[in-house]
Each structure stands twice: as structure tokens, then as C-alpha cells.
Design a protein around this ligand. Structure first.
Ligand code: SF4
Length: 225
């Protein structure tokens, strides 16, 4: 069903740059203090939370990390806890075995190569076990104030459905968004778009009747209730 929607969405005409600005400004006005729904207290706990959030809801990750971070919230504490120890706290989340392994391995690498600190460069982040481009983009955006765009399933759908940024894969949509969104709005757009896709512009039935950006959206099958 999602594939069908995206395929048809790709026929949507791209928004003009003026429309892109208007679209983002409407989302911003509706939700000026948008931020990540993952709980974290440092760049390191943010990194771990984002790694754990792959194919899992933020709520399920927060439930697990609430207990985990009380016991271990630094690379050395996670390494001391070990894979089995980490697994005890995160085994309610999908892919928990691989994630336990990656969290311990990336913590070891941070200690060995970065003095236990999270690096603020894409290349170094993506060299960490379990960290791909999307995770690096989230960490660079939130912890290092960089204007990156992490394209998840919601943003990929939203870009193609609305005409905001068309692309056949997540990298194409990411590049189009970075190119098209005005620089002064780019950093926070990551949050505005994720939350909009998660709660309003939903996969099966977008809730267009309560969307603040209907006027500039190019989606031809708006669900106006
Ligand atoms: S009008 Fe509908 S399809 Fe367009 S952005 Fe809003 S919720 Fe999504």
C-alpha cells in the first residue's frame, strides 16, 4: 500500500521555491518548538537513542533508555555493562540483539578513537558500528547544530506526496530538501517534517483537514474530511 502511494505521489509536480518556503513556514507556525521525541541528556545518549530507534517507535526507545541510562549513560559504562547487560534493558525493542552489539561496539570505538566523545563529523560518525547516514544526520543536526536533513519513511513520503522534494530514494529526497528549503529554516525543518509526517500527513490517510499547509500542498487526493 505504501509503495503504491509513493509511486503515484511521484507524479506530483514539484513545488516552487516560494511554495516550499510557505509550506515550511506554515509548519513552523503551527509547531514553533518542535524537537526530537527521543529522550537524551548528552550527545552520547542521543546517539545511542537514535541507533536504538531504527525500526522502533520513539516511545518504545524512551521506555527502554529510561532504565538503561540510569545504569549506564557513558561509553565506558556501556562497555562495562556489556552486550548481555545492555540487552536486558532493550530486549523489548525490535532488532535488540544487533542493537546491543552495535551500542557496545560503537562505545568501544568512541573510547579508542575519540576519547569517549561523539565526533561532530559525518565521516567519523558513519564509521561507528550501527550508524548510517540517517543516524549521522540526526546527531549532527541536534547535537552539533548542523543543517542536515535525516530522511526517514515519513519525510520520504511527505517530500514526494506534496511536491516539496521529489526523489526515487531517500538520498535523492534528502539532497532535494537541503537544496530547496531556505537556509534559515533548514535545521529545524527536520523536526517539523518528521512530526508533520508522523501525526498529520500519515501514510494511509493524510489528515489534510487539519493540515496548516494545505494551501500550497500539491497532493491531488487531499483528504479534507
Ligand atoms: S494537505 Fe494533506 S497531503 Fe498535503 S501536506 Fe497536508 S496533510 Fe499532507
Amino acid at each position: 500500500m505504501v509503495t503504491k502511494n509513493i509511486a503515484s505521489d511521484q507524479k506530483v509536480k514539484a513545488m516552487s521555491l516560494v511554495e516550499v518556503r510557505t509550506f515550511i513556514e506554515h509548519l513552523a507556525k503551527e509547531n514553533p518548538d518542535a524537537k526530537s521525541e527521543l529522550n537524551y541528556t548528552s550527545p552520547y545518549t542521543l546517539l545511542v537513542a537514535v541507533v536504538l530507534s531504527a525500526q522502533a517507535t520513539d516511545a518504545s526507545v524512551n521506555k527502554a533508555t529510561e532504565k538503561l541510562f540510569k545504569v549506564a549513560s557513558t561509553p565506558s559504562e556501556i562497555v562495562a555493562l556489556g552486550e548481555e547487560g545492555v540487552a536486558q534493558y532493550i530486549n523489548s525493542i525490535g532488532l535488540w540483539r544487533a542493537k546491543s552489539r552495535n551500542v557496545v561496539a560503537l562505545s568501544t570505538q568512541l573510547l579508542e578513537q575519540h576519547d569517549g566523545n561523539v565526533p561532530g563529523e559525518r565521516q567519523a560518525l558513519e564509521a561507528l558500528p550501527g550508524v548510517g547516514r540517517k543516524t549521522a544526520n540526526v546527531v549532527l543536526n541536534i547535537a552539533f547544530n548542523q543543517s542536515t536533513m535525516a530522511v526517514d519513511t515519513h519525510i520520504f513520503r511527505l517530500g514526494n506526496r506534496t511536491g516539496l522534494a521529489l526523489g526515487k530514494d531517500v538520498l535523492a529526497v534528502e539532497k532535494a530538501l537541503v537544496r530547496r528549503i531556505p537556509k534559515d529554516l533548514l535545521r529545524d525543518s527536520h523536526h517539523w517534517l518528521i512530526l508533520h509526517g508522523r501525526y498529520i500527513c500519515k501514510a494511509r490517510k493524510p489528515e489534510c483537514w487539519r493540515c496548516p499547509a494545505t494551501i500550497v500542498c500539491h497532493y491531488p487526493n487531499k483528504n479534507l474530511g
